[in-house]
Ligand binder design. Structure first.
Ligand SMILES: Cc1cc2nc3c(=O)[nH]c(=O)nc-3n(C[C@H](O)[C@H](O)[C@H](O)COP(=O)(O)OP(=O)(O)OC[C@H]3O[C@@H](n4cnc5c(N)ncnc54)[C@H](O)[C@@H]3O)c2cc1C
Length: 143
């Protein structure tokens, strides 16, 4: 085997550690991965933050490894951490539970993420996230 050429990816790495706001997605986006990621990106944008992910998302190849939060990913301490469709496994919590304010959206009211959440919303992320985006945009416009 001969290496003919090495092409480096021009992709910009996400700065999770320095971010003030992190909006992370979990396997809860499996129904429609593209829309789930798009919603997370939109919410991160209105909040001035970046998008993170659980290991399930990275292992599924939906997002690159630099987005992973947790024991084998990055440890983050943002002002706001939003968890969309993340169950709250101990290995994920290890990377985000010291965030100042944790907002969790999960359709299962018994999900362990609610044990560490400052605000918990029991619901479908595909319905709740657009409402959050709209409410934040409206609040900003009213300022
Ligand atoms: C050695 C080791 C290291 C690990 N390191 C990490 C790590 O660094 N980071 C990490 O994240 N994990 C890590 N893991 C994996 C970890 O144990 C979990 O498997 C993983 O965190 C689960 O990811 P998840 O919460 O996205 O998926 P799941 O546990 O499958 O949870 C998906 C959640 O989405 C909810 N949901 C589904 N559909 C919707 C919807 N439409 N709307 C709202 N909610 C919905 C479900 O109710 C569920 O709670 C590690 C595991 C091991 C063994």
């Amino acid at each position: 085997t001969e290496v003919v050429e090495v092409v480096k990816a021009a992709k910009k790495m996400v700065d999770l550690i320095g971010a003030d706001v992190v909006v992370s997605v979990g396997r809860g986006i499996s129904k429609d991965v593209e829309t789930g990621i798009k919603l997370a990106e939109e919410l991160a944008e209105v909040l001035g933050g970046v998008v993170g992910a659980s290991r399930a998302v990275v292992d599924s190849g939906w997002m690159s490894a630099d987005h992973q939060v947790g024991q084998t990913g990055k440890t983050v301490h943002p002002r706001i951490y939003v968890a969309l469709g993340i169950s709250g496994a101990i290995q994920h919590l290890a990377g985000m539970q010291d965030s100042e304010c944790i907002i969790a959206v999960n359709k299962n009211e018994s999900a362990p993420i609610f044990d560490v959440a400052s605000y918990g919303i029991v619901g479908d992320l595909y319905k709740v996230t657009p409402m959050l985006i709209e409410a934040i945009r409206a609040a900003k416009a009213a300022k």
